[in-house]
Design a protein around this ligand. Structure first.
Ligand code: ASP
Length: 397
């Protein structure tokens, strides 16, 4: 009994509740103790780029052929797009039913200076290609690094067997060492999570949550339905596995996503739990999870569609069906473009608001609850990635 309780994942759950209480009653101290949470996140972040590099490389070279890579890549993207669109669709249905903010009149803050993020196709395409890979690595630019390593691994597939093996063994050893480091850092999770949650509650309090409860509740209900109905049905029918027992095995990653609000920071843990506890092959986890953490964000896409309709409601604008269709498309793409860091979804939302002519300044009205909702949408982002990894595992030889 005591042994079970002392397992890291159970201690983490206890730490979440203790963190809420501590942050609520000792808010100043909780804010001062943020350094602990920051150290924990920094330790996780430290692993991200070497891990992405090594895991994608060995995944692709381990697959053994470009045909197999193409097959896995196409299936992964089909999964990402399908689940993201289902998430946005669900968000739009739930928000139209709940209609949060319809009876609310909120004055526009006068001091907000928010300008919409520009979506420029030329820069967007070029942003994938690193002109200097070392610069991209040092700047932590994940997408160009992924682009480079895929290219590099495909080139390695074309080398003589001996050379290919040398490279494979080198990156495989790096990957294993990263996994050992990840395990050590994971052992610190309860302390890190306690500090992060206490800080969030200490800083924001629970007041904004009460004021914006109808909006927050709509997002939470839709996220819950997506996680437990949509994704579970996909797991049972296409993945042919039981998502509940899988959840029990990988929940550590979801708890970390919840407290860090960052898919990228959670990535080392997602890979570790998927491989060691979730029974996902190294080739699949190493490819699908880093990619998913960067482009597959069901929770973010869903939240964006709801937030935009909420903003429309409080601005007294009635959005037509075709405008909602525009939201459907832009929310899907904005979530793909969002980075796996806290608050990225909120920034990308300016694109969606702009696309339907809504005031971007209204974003400042929902900032107060954003960190709280970010915690939950990030968990669903990571849950979507982990379901995808397990599902695609079925199709690998
Ligand atoms: N924090 C989210 C993530 O890391 C992105 C977002 O802000 O929605 O997955």
């Amino acid at each position: 009994m005591l042994k079970t309780l002392l397992k890291t994942e159970n201690l983490t759950i206890i730490a979440i509740f203790l963190g809420i209480a501590f942050g609520y009653y000792f808010s100043n101290l909780a804010i001062d103790l943020k350094i602990i949470g920051d150290v924990y996140i920094a330790l996780l972040k430290m692993l991200i780029l070497p891990l992405i590099f090594a895991s994608i490389f060995i995944a692709i070279v381990g697959l053994g052929s470009i045909e197999d890579l193409k097959d896995l890549g196409i299936k992964a993207f089909a999964y990402y797009i399908t689940t993201t669109s289902l998430a946005v669709g669900l968000g739009l249905i739930v928000v139209n039913i709940f209609n949060p903010g319809a009876d609310m009149q909120m004055p526009l803050p006068t001091d907000s200076h928010i300008t919409p993020k520009e979506l420029n196709a030329h820069d967007f395409i070029l942003s994938f290609i690193p002109s200097n890979i070392f610069h991209s690595l040092s700047e932590g630019q994940i997408l160009p690094v992924i682009f480079f390593v895929i290219f590099f691994a495909v080139a390695a597939l074309n080398l003589q067997e001996k050379k290919r093996e040398t490279l494979y063994n080198f990156f495989d050893s790096i990957n294993d060492a990263m996994m050992v480091m990840a395990k050590w850092i994971i052992a610190l999770t309860p302390i890190g999570v306690f500090s992060l949650i206490a800080f969030t509650v200490g800083k924001n309090g629970l007041k904004p949550l009460i004021e914006l409860y109808s909006y927050a509740l709509t997002v939470l209900v839709a996220l819950f339905i997506h996680a437990t109905v949509t994704l579970n049905i996909i797991a049972f029918t296409i993945g042919k596995f039981n998502p509940f027992s899988y959840f029990a095995k990988i929940k550590e990653a979801l708890l970390i996503a919840l407290s860090t609000a960052s898919s990228s920071a959670t990535l080392p843990v997602s890979i570790e739990v998927a491989e060691t506890k979730g029974g996902v092959d190294k080739k699949v986890a190493g490819f699908v999870l880093p990619l998913g953490a960067t482009v597959n964000m069901d929770g973010t896409a869903l939240y964006e569609s709801i937030a935009v309709l909420f903003i429309a409601n409080i601005s007294g604008v009635d959005l037509s069906f075709s405008q909602q269709l525009i939201i459907f498309l832009t929310a899907t793409f904005a979530s793909i473009g969002a980075a796996g860091i806290p608050g990225a979804g909120l920034v990308m939302m300016t694109i969606i608001l702009d696309s339907v002519g809504l005031p971007v300044e209204y974003i400042s009205l929902i900032i107060a609850v954003d960190r709280f909702l970010d915690m939950f949408r990030t968990s669903i982002n990571v849950w979507g990635d982990l379901i995808g990894a397990k599902l695609l595992n079925r199709f690998i030889k």
